[in-house]
Design a protein around this ligand. Sequence first.
Ligand SMILES: [Zn+2]
Ligand SMILES: [Zn+2]
Ligand SMILES: [Zn+2]
Length: 158
Amino acid sequence: MLQDVHGQSPIMIDQSLLCDHEPTIRVHPCDWENCTMHVALDQKHVSKHLQQRHGVNTSATSENTQKEPCRWLNCIHAQMKPGNMARHVLSAHLGVRWNCQTCGRLYTREDAFRRHTQEKESCQFAKYEISYENGVREICTDGISEGWSIDQNVMCIP
Ligand SMILES: [Zn+2]
Ligand SMILES: [Zn+2]
Ligand SMILES: [Zn+2]
């Protein structure tokens, strides 16, 4: 198996990640209870991953939705609505930050950055850079065929 080639566990990712046809994807280990996979640094994907692999109802945001604890390793946050979990994971555990290239301000959410470009005239056409937590790896999706890549030690899980 792949372990024998590299002497380390393969990077396991959701096969659905390949559907977007991005040339590269950035992934980080998922430290959700008992998870051995990697997640991509993308809210849509994290939301899907939490739903599919961890049974979190990530579309539940209504008033009467029961709050649930985040089961990420060492998470100190209080409970939250499952619908807010993906955003929480991205900012609190994956360290995703939107960095305004014009004024240097950092935002934990894309919508906050967008609002900033609307409110601050000098940043109207600002570009952004995204920064992440350590431990992020880039995977080149071209190198993956039939669900795995020996070179990159990557394995896709359907
Ligand atoms: Zn996971
Ligand atoms: Zn958490
Ligand atoms: Zn700015």
